[in-house]
Ligand binder design. Sequence first.
Ligand code: BDP
Length: 713
Amino acid sequence: MDRLLMVVGATLIALFGTAAARAEDGYDLWLRYDAPQYRQAWASIGSPGAVSADEDHPTIRAAADELTRALGHDPAATPASSAATILIGTARSPQIARLGLPLAGLGPEGYLVRAVTAEGRRTIVVAAREPVGVLYGAFALIRQAGQGGSLGGLDLSDQPRVRLRVLDHWDNLDRHVERGYAGQSIWDWWRLPAIGDRRYTDYARANASIGVNGTVLNNVNAKADSLTAPYLAKAAAVADVLRPWGIRVYLSARFSAPIELGGLKTADPLDPQVRAWWKVKADEIYRVIPDFGGFLVKANSEGQPGPRDYKRSHADGANALAAALAPHGGVVMWRAFVYADTDPDDRAKQAFTEFKPLDGTFADNVLVQVKNGPIDFQPREPFHPLFGAMPKTPLMIEFQITKEYLGFASHLAYLGPLFAETLAADTRGKGAGSTVAKVVDGSLDGHRLSGIAGVANIGSDRDWSGSIFDQANWYAFGRLAWNPTADPQALATEWTRLTWSSDPTVVTPVVAMMMRSRQAVVDYMTPLGLAHLMATGHHYGPGPWVSDLARPEWNPSYYHRADRNGIGFDRTRTGSNAVAQYAPPLARRFANPAATGEDLLLWFHHLPWDHRLAGGDTLWDTLVRRYDRGVAGAASLRSDWAALRGRVDEERWQRTAERLAVQEAEARWWRDASVAYFQSVSGRPLPPGSAKPAHDLDWYKAQLFPYAPGQGQ
Ligand code: BDP
């Protein structure tokens, strides 16, 4: 009998003893509270047995439950007694008030986390002015525990620099996600509102943990249906789940809804009936969603209706909706992503041309939402010239977290460096130091409203984002929205410890892979400042040869302008003069190829193939070598990952290895197809040591992918 028990015991140890090898499917994201470092961190402060809170508020309850879960306890069970405790609350809590903590200086979302001794007990106190600050403090404490190491002497305090930290879901009502590569929409509109999903809560937890406080539930290419009573009831059900986690719901509004839903003959924003319709609609929304955030609007862009249809300005349109929301405290996020095939001017200039003159004419509760670059979420773009040029208007920045143009969810491209590169760019709008980050957080021009939006990469896939590494882009987005000057490498390190392992032999190589991954993608897709060379429609794979589409600016040939003599888009005075949209010191820099820098060279300049770069090589040779460097980069990501087998759980290792193999193969495909095409134009030999493409150009042109995921509908 005893022997039998021993055998069973030994088997159990064999099965469960190797904690690192526990099967994981990525569902827990960066909130993996079973990871060994948590236990060590809690032990360092006496293994708190309970979370103590004496305020009855749903957000405080959410914070307490999350901490209880992170401590490894069952939130439903009676708290265990121990010598240590975690005390959470606002100044309205008598226990917190007694401690006399300096809470007054914190903003409404700020927090303070400290190790103290209260009533003779070791206590970690998580305190804030408002419940949502307590929630953020709880997650800061958990994040700290997840980094490994001791929590003794803890003293953390922080608050967000940006007010609206928003995910934009490009999710349709039939659950198709435009530019989504992680399954279907998590919003199951058909089953809502009666039938919920545990995922909604876990989505809220994940977002709260990184500070995201708003979500736009539906696609910017919006259907008016989402503003009908049944769909508002569905959105209200989601809002009810998200509310305790400090997250407000927003909706994309279709500008022509007064016609489609209201039966009006016009959607003219200055028409009194149209304005009355929006007011009644806003009142209806706030009856079911009392803390509704507001509208996101894509107007007169890529076929969407808008105020220009009635010869009104974008400000007229935005202000009409803003007037309806203002009595309820809602905002309008009005997108500046506009360009028209009827406008012969450089596409990169059109948003600036249209919006800059409107500066100062938007209502107080309007933010203009500007993509990070002047074209469209490319692997690398200069910052959008509207940043620094509209001081009287709060400008939100919009990033794309989903990787429409960076290899979908199968390529590793950590976007922290892309986001940070844009945010750190100096617009020179008000002299040196006028960074995009300061424009966006409102500090440069003293705006009360500020915001950052990211197009979500979240779907119904078990791992949420289509790959484990794509979770890092969601994470980095949230953390940079909280603090736009955060260091992307520090965020990669933090995420890696939470997601993969706190073992330095994992953290160091994984962070190194992440930090070079985006440049590798730039190199094998669009090196030296090239852009928009992907195939038509789905944007999957290379298509630099495409030049027969009806709208000129939909053709890759419009962007690269390669011919027998050279390559690149001349945006200097001899070309479109887009450089003049930047502040004078930058305009001068970008007008000069030697000062522009290689990363943006062909964005601003059309140069001969023989043009010599700083390193002494010709432009042609450098271009090919950049493509080669990109392929080598992808290959090294794969081999570095191979070396990590056994150091992280096998299931996630394997899933990641599969994707890195796809990335390497597709990097070669991109490189070979691009080199084959550009060589057919330049007529030049490949530089020594550079391999011939695997196929001829016609083979690459013949590759078609009608069923690639994520297409617009
Ligand atoms: C483009 C996408 C398209 C979006 C558009 C937008 O291809 O699906 O609708 O951006 O931002 O990059 O509105």
